[in-house]
Structures are given as structure tokens and as C-alpha cells.
Write a protein that binds this ligand. Structure first.
Ligand code: IPM
Ligand code: MG
Length: 355
């Protein structure tokens, strides 16, 4: 198959980790006879430097014209003093909204090889950590009005029934393919938007009798994720709660550097990115962990290109790399072999075999 991929390297460690994901994609193309064409897109701080805008229209168009988008990370101290609407992160939000990718899927799964890297007690980790956070990505407080007037700042949080329903469906559908347990997370004891959220989820649940729906307040959920993560199968939640909970969930699996994500909307053109940031402190030092980006590329193959076998092969190669005892600095433990970002990508390519 021939696929056109828009590639956003971004800022900080973005270029290094994306290079390794492309190395792996090229190996997949070679083994399976596919052609992946790459188009470079500038977004974030590098786009501010180049065009004075974190995501110019032409750059966004390259993404919407592609078959899918692979993204490293954006942002950094250099652009921290820029006004809100022109910050690097604004480029990312514009990209998500421009692509219409309302559904963000963030798995929290512990690799057995990394159970020592989890900060949780062994007795908790042993019960298993394998759940998915389905995060609404293009609504809520991120996209409401933001304004500062004198010494008062305001951010508006709005959700419509339709917005809740479409992400709710993804939650139910995701649960149907797994253990059929969906936990809807909100703050309905305080927020109107959360009361609407809860109402819509329960209305939808009538259409999914095989899925067990539970409700949980977001503060309790934050607690339950560290107390008893094995209870979760699929969590569905709004934009900001999902942002916060997915960072927390990634930590209990060992490292945020290992976690991929997919974002999809009405079409198969998706956005694939690791959930971590641009880590400017370690940029350019060849120490970043590219696995989150490599696994994001695997998700792209599976969800956007219907290349399930190829995605499995990448995930298997990551497993073999971990089995062999290689670790980047973020997950290094005693007796393991320290490798840099580039070496990690090369090793995963070596382990990649046609199934
Ligand atoms: C994420 C990030 C982004 C978000 C930032 C960089 C805007 O934290 O993808 O989780 O808040 O969505
Ligand atoms: Mg985040």
C-alpha cells in the first residue's frame, strides 16, 4: 500500500524521537512492501520561529490532505513568554480541532518487563494495569473563551449533548472490544457540564446493554488509579480531566516515555503522538525514549491504515528489545543495558520481523 504521512517533528526531543519512529516505519515498509511518503510539517515553536505562527493554514492543510499525521512534541522555555493565543501549544490545539480528531485514546498498560519501574507497590502492580483512557479532545475548557481583564482571568468550559454523545459512543465501542467495563469520569457534584455528561452517558448506555457503565468523580478517580488500577478497563472523560488522569496513569506503568496515543474523528486520517512533552532539558542529547512515538506509529498502522499485522510486529519488536534488557535512561534499572534514543530505534528495527 502507498500512504502519505504528514510528519511533525516539533520542538525539544521531538525531532530525535520522530526520527526513530520513521526508522521503524521504513523497516516496516521494506519488510511488507509498502510505500510511506513523508511530508514535513512545521508546528509549534519551530513554526513560530519560521513563520511567526504556531500552525499556519498551509501547514494544517498538509495534515488534512495526508492519510495520517505523526507528531513528536511541541513547546519549550524559549516560547514561554509568548501570549496565550500564539504559544506553541496553540498550534497543537488548532491541529487537533482542524483535523476534527475528537477522540483521544491513551492506553495505560504495564509491560511485564517494566513492573519494577512502577512506583506502585508490587502487590498492586501484580493485579495488572491495563486500561484505556478515552479523552474528549476538541471541546471543553481548552476551547472555551480565554480572557484576562485586569486582575481577573476567565476560561469557559462548555459541552453540548452532541459533543458528549460522540465521545461517549467511542467509550462504549472501545469497552465492547475489551472487558466491557466503562467508567465515566466527571465532577457532577459541582459542574453543570459534568451533570450533562453523566446524563448523556446513561442515556447512551441503553444502546450498549453488554457494557457495564459506572460513574466516578474525577478526584476519586485520581485516587483509585493509584490505589487499585486493576479495576479499570475503559475510562471515558472530558478534555482536561483526561489530560491530567492520563499523565497520572502513565506514571504507574513506569514511564510516560513509553505511552503512545491515537486521536481520531470522523475519518481514518488520525493524529498519532506520544503523550509526553518536548522535554527541552534533554533535547539533542540522544537520551530520550522514542518508544512512545514508535508505538504511536504502530497505532497509526493499525487504526488508520488497517495494517494490524504490521502494528503487531512493531509491538512484538518493542517487547523483544525490552526482553533483551535494553533500557533508555528514564526506565533504567539495575543490571539493564543503557541505550540512547538512536540505538533504541536501531535495536527495535533489528528485532522487527515479518510475521
Ligand atoms: C497532552 C499535552 C497537551 C494537552 C498540551 C501540550 C497542550 O499535555 O497532549 O496531554 O494538554 O492536551
Ligand atoms: Mg498532557
Amino acid at each position: 500500500m502507498v500512504k502519505n504521512i504528514a510528519v511533525i517533528r516539533g520542538d525539544g526531543i521531538g525531532p530525535e524521537i520522530v526520527n526513530e519512529a520513521l526508522r521503524v516505519l521504513n523497516k516496516v515498509a521494506e519488510l511488507y512492501g509498502h510505500t510511506f511518503n513523508y511530508t514535513d510539517v512545521y508546528m509549534g515553536g519551530c513554526a513560530i520561529d519560521k513563520f511567526g505562527d504556531p500552525l499556519p493554514e498551509e501547514e494544517l492543510k498538509k495534515c488534512t490532505d495526508s492519510d495520517s499525521v505523526l507528531l513528536g512534541a511541541v513547546g519549550g522555555d524559549k516560547w514561554n513568554n509568548i501570549e496565550g493565543s500564539k504559544r506553541p501549544e496553540k498550534g497543537l490545539l488548532r491541529l487537533r480541532a482542524g483535523m476534527g480528531v475528537y477522540s483521544n485514546n491513551r492506553p495505560a498498560k504495564i509491560w511485564p518487563q517494566l513492573s519494577d519501574a512502577s512506583p506502585l507497590k508490587k502487590s498492586i502492580v501484580e493485579n495488572g494495569i491495563d486500561f484505556i483512557i478515552v479523552r474528549e479532545l476538541i471541546g471543553g475548557i481548552y476551547f472555551g473563551e480565554h480572557k484576562t481583564e485586569g486582575d481577573v482571568a476567565t476560561d469557559v468550559l462548555t459541552y453540548s449533548e452532541a459533543e458528549i454523545e460522540r465521545i461517549g459512543r467511542i467509550g462504549f465501542e472501545t469497552a465492547l472490544k475489551r472487558n466491557k467495563k466503562l467508567c465515566s469520569v466527571e465532577k457532577s457534584n459541582v459542574l453543570d457540564s459534568s451533570r450533562l455528561w453523566k446524563k448523556v452517558m446513561h442515556k447512551l448506555s441503553a444502546e450498549y446493554p453488554d457494557v457495564e457503565l459506572t460513574d466516578m468523580l474525577v478526584d476519586n478517580c485520581a485516587m483509585q488509579i493509584v490505589k487499585n488500577p486493576a479495576q479499570f478497563d475503559v475510562i471515558v472523560t472530558e478534555n482536561m480531566f483526561g489530560d491530567i488522569l492520563s499523565d497520572e496513569a502513565s506514571q504507574i506503568t513506569g514511564s510516560i516515555g513509553m505511552i503512545p496515543s491515537s486521536s481520531l474523528g470522523a475519518t481514518t486520517c488520525g493524529l498519532y503522538e506520544p503523550i509526553h512533552g518536548s522535554a527541552p532539558d534533554i533535547a539533542g542529547k540522544d537520551v530520550a525514549n522514542p518508544v512512545g512515538t514508535i508505538l504511536s506509529a504502530a497505532m497509526m498502522l493499525r487504526f488508520s491504515f488497517d495494517m494490524g499485522r504490521e502494528a503487531d510486529a512493531i509491538e512484538k519488536a518493542v517487547g523483544a528489545y525490552l526482553d533483551a534488557g535494553y533500557r533508555t535512561a528514564d526506565i533504567l534499572s539495575e543490571g539493564m543495558t543503557l541505550v540512547g534514543c538512536k540505538k533504541c530505534g536501531e535495536l527495535i528495527c533489528d528485532y522487527l520481523k515479518k510475521e
